[in-house]
Write a protein that binds this ligand. Structure first.
Ligand code: FES
Length: 239
């Protein structure tokens, strides 16, 4: 009997025939074939949560858009990763993310080094398509090395997942719902008082925006060292 992992499926991405292992996601196969699908909550090696909806793709014969990061390939499916419908959808998703918090790039520590900003530039998003909410959150600058600014948080939960799945500390979680949601340490303690935080800084490295940042680092110097996390994940896979 062929094991599920070894089975291969054939399907189309943007009219090109591709084959891949049956447990692959659409996003993984697209990446393998050099096809770019925009993502925000996805981080290679961490679990997929499918929360940001930037990676939605079309499947021929279906009216529904599906997230490429959490959807497995199916035999014979025909995936479209780029279309006017998807572009308009992605612009709307980005607009809602921008409108929900205060993403003023010109005064952000991650200006020029931000995945949200990159996506907006790539999609040619010049203004938000929905009104700004202007909700204000207190900054947590209690940690000696790091700051959490909920005003720039897009709630992708990469920080929560890396802390849990790679560092094994599970110091972070989401607290609240909707526009009130934010990342908390332990039971909503100031970061400096967290007993489970190991101060490893992995959360800062995987943050796609300027929400988690190192103290004393100016925007020009703010280079995220994502390889700290990806190397660790790769080492685990190779074991
Ligand atoms: Fe797929 Fe966020 S990257 S939903």
């Amino acid at each position: 009997m062929i094991k599920e992992k070894a089975r291969v499926k054939t399907f189309k991405i943007n009219d090109t025939d591709v084959t891949a292992k049956s447990d692959s996601s659409i996003l993984e196969v697209a990446k393998e074939h050099g096809i770019k699908i925009p993502t925000l909550c996805y981080f290679e090696g961490l679990s997929e949560v499918g929360s940001c909806r930037m990676c939605l793709v079309e499947v021929k014969g279906s009216d529904k858009l599906i997230p490429a990061c959490t959807s497995k390939i199916k035999e014979g499916m025909e995936v479209i990763t780029n279309s006017p419908k998807l572009e308009s959808h992605r612009k709307m998703v980005l607009s809602m993310i921008f409108a929900e918090r205060t993403h003023t790039c010109s005064v952000c520590v991650s200006n020029g080094n931000c995945e949200l900003q990159d996506q907006a530039i790539e999609l040619g998003l010049e203004h938000s398509h929905v009104p700004y909410i202007h909700k204000h959150f207190e900054l947590d600058a209690s940690h000696k090395d790091y700051v959490y600014d909920p005003n720039r948080c897009i709630l992708c939960t990469r920080c929560v997942r890396v802390c849990d799945e790679v560092e094994g500390a599970h110091a972070l979680d989401i607290f609240g719902r909707g526009i009130d949601a934010k990342i908390i340490h332990d039971m909503d303690e100031p970061w400096a008082n967290s007993e489970s935080c190991t101060s490893c800084g992995k959360c800062v490295q995987v943050c796609p925006t300027g929400s988690l940042f190192e103290k004393g680092v100016s925007s020009a110097e703010m280079v995220k060292k994502k390889n700290i996390v990806t190397n660790l994940i790769q080492m685990r896979k190779d074991r």
